[in-house]
Ligand binder design. Structure first.
Ligand code: M6P
Ligand code: ZN
Length: 188
């Protein structure tokens, strides 16, 4: 009996990171969405508020909150500065705090900023191929320190959820600033 062979319902372009397929959800974060993220709020407010900061393309094969499932997505952060800080993601803890995640870089140059519950920060360099295991109870934010888009993939549990509130309230304890032309991690 011929069972048949179907193409995969989901594709990832390994050069660009672009994810495609039925049910892929695309979202945009604009400069306007990043209110309060940067030290220099006046510099952020002076930029076009509808300018793209980063885009996500994600596949959710099971419902959000399902135990045992996995989500898959790509984030592409535009190059650029707000004051002396580079464009970056909002960053989050997981709502289900012990849930972990993998990040992996397709293209561009970035930093992955990690912060534990004691607000201790460290940063890992993101270049094509770099693969990052995000531990439990660790906030994660990505920063594009290059001059081209930073594209990275993520795979995370479908019951991890996003907790943005702690970061919105307290921020990260470290920031990445462009100092004498060099991306530098400094205490916030
Ligand atoms: C990765 C994953 C997503 C996340 C996205 C953008 O793709 O971690 O869950 O939504 O980055 O990051 P943030 O939600 O912090 O803006
Ligand atoms: Zn996450």
């Amino acid at each position: 009996m011929n069972i048949g062979i179907q193409p995969a319902s989901l594709t990832t372009d390994w050069a660009s990171g672009r994810v495609d397929g039925a049910g892929v959800v695309r979202a945009r974060r604009t400069i306007g969405d990043l209110h309060g993220l940067f030290t220099d709020e006046a510099a952020r407010a002076a930029l076009p508020q509808d300018r793209l900061a980063y885009a996500t393309e994600c596949a959710f094969p099971v419902a959000e909150g399902t135990a045992g499932g996995l989500f898959w997505g790509t984030t592409i952060i535009e190059p650029g500065l707000v004051g002396d800080e580079y464009l970056m993601t909002k960053g989050h803890f997981h709502a289900h705090a012990d849930r972990t995640e993998f990040y992996f870089t397709y293209a561009g140059e970035g930093l992955l900023l990690l912060m534990d519950r004691a607000r201790r920060c460290r940063a890992e360099r993101m270049v094509a191929g770099s693969t990052h295991a995000i531990p439990p109870d660790t906030a994660h934010r990505t920063i594009n320190i290059g001059s081209v888009p930073l594209s990275f993939g993520a795979c995370w549990p479908s019951d991890a959820g996003h907790d943005y509130a702690a970061i919105a309230r307290d921020g990260f304890a470290a920031r990445v600033r462009r100092i004498a032309g060099v991306a530098t991690v400094v205490a916030a």
